[in-house]
Design a binder for this molecule. Sequence first.
Ligand code: SF4
Length: 462
Amino acid sequence: MGAAWDRPAPEATPLARPDAAGLDLPALRRLMESLGEPAWRGGQLFEGLYRQRWTAWERFTVLPKPLRARLAESVDLRGPEIVQSQPSEDGATKHVFQLADGKQIEGVFMPYVVRGSGLRPTPPEPPRPVQAEPAPGFAVRGAGLRPTPPEPPRPGQAEPAPGFAVRGSGLGPTPPEPPRPVQAEPAPGFAVRGAGLRPTPPDINTLDRVTLCLSSQVGCAMGCTFCATGQMGILRNLTAAEIVGQVVAMLNHHGHPADVPVNLVFMGMGEPLHNLDHLMAAFAILTDPKGLAIPPRRITVSTSGLVSGIERLGTYPKRPRLALSLNATTDEHRSRIMPVNRVWNLEALAEALGRFPLQSGERITLEYVLLKGLTDSLEDGRRLAAFARRFPSKVNLIPFNPHAGSGFEPPDEARIGALCRQLVEAGLTVSVRRSRGQDVGGACGQLVRSLRRGLPATEGED
Ligand code: SF4
């Protein structure tokens, strides 16, 4: 018997009632024909579902009223339902979706704004103590506050000079009050609620782009030891409709304007290349210019190293970009944390990625989670650079997002910086990515696992 990822994952149970949300154009045409309507009305449904992101039949005013009434009677318009949302202090919001069969998956909404020359996430700024106006007798010099000498008393002066007071028979200086730090107004992104400061969601109208992290399966067959989802095992594939439905639900939940670019990354629950048929069906809907119109280059699938899936993905003329969750530079270490490496080791992976048909300027992203004492040595950095130079690539270093029971820790900042420098000096494009939403259970699967156990996401798991 082979590994779990060798076999197709179980599929969703067919729905008792048809659900139009998430269907592609041919399916929507068939739906209309089944109701005795012309097939072209399927195109009106498609634009309403994905360009307008309507989620109630009464919104489809392009359809005759009697037809809307018939649709409301016989066809659902549900898709995955957001049942819990947890805003993070870094601006991201993690969502838990309930599917039609009661199973749960998760996705993350990550807003970004441009500041200066680069793109940065929109964390609400923490409240800062600000320096009060210098107290009498103090003046700002350079970076600090120093006392200013009081003017000496002048002969014949009746009143003591400022800074002097009469003591006994003479005049002596009065000590100036020390400067006191005062609390500033809440910084943008913070609001006073109750006794404390808590984050408020970033203003949706000032965003430059958003990135949505999506799930592709319920659970996962790959069994990576550092991943909460991997410990759940595989329950089933998501349908194309459930994949598209996560996007529509998150954009609607945040009131996302249609003109702000959307990036999609399949880094939530599941191995996307283990569900490639439904993934590609969803990709066709997501990229359709008459619907959500997300450019293919803005969609990235992250694989754990399923070489059979990488090879299949490369056969599609129009496809998402590819990222590899690498995470170790020796077969011994990688096989220990990612069981798929026992089947396709690093050499097999590098060869498959070298054969992957890239477009002009396209690069494969290497995601490398830094685990203290396991994958963060400078020798790892040297091997990572050698691996990355075998094909057009860029490297994302991701300090491990610790969760209770994982048994792993992130390295300290000095080690992260040293690895980053080492890779840059080797001629690679490198970024350090912080897992967003850490305070609400950032690693894939953590939030759902916590809900299943009835625990807050940041509390301990076994
Ligand atoms: S890291 Fe990704 S591929 Fe590995 S178990 Fe978790 S969800 Fe699956």
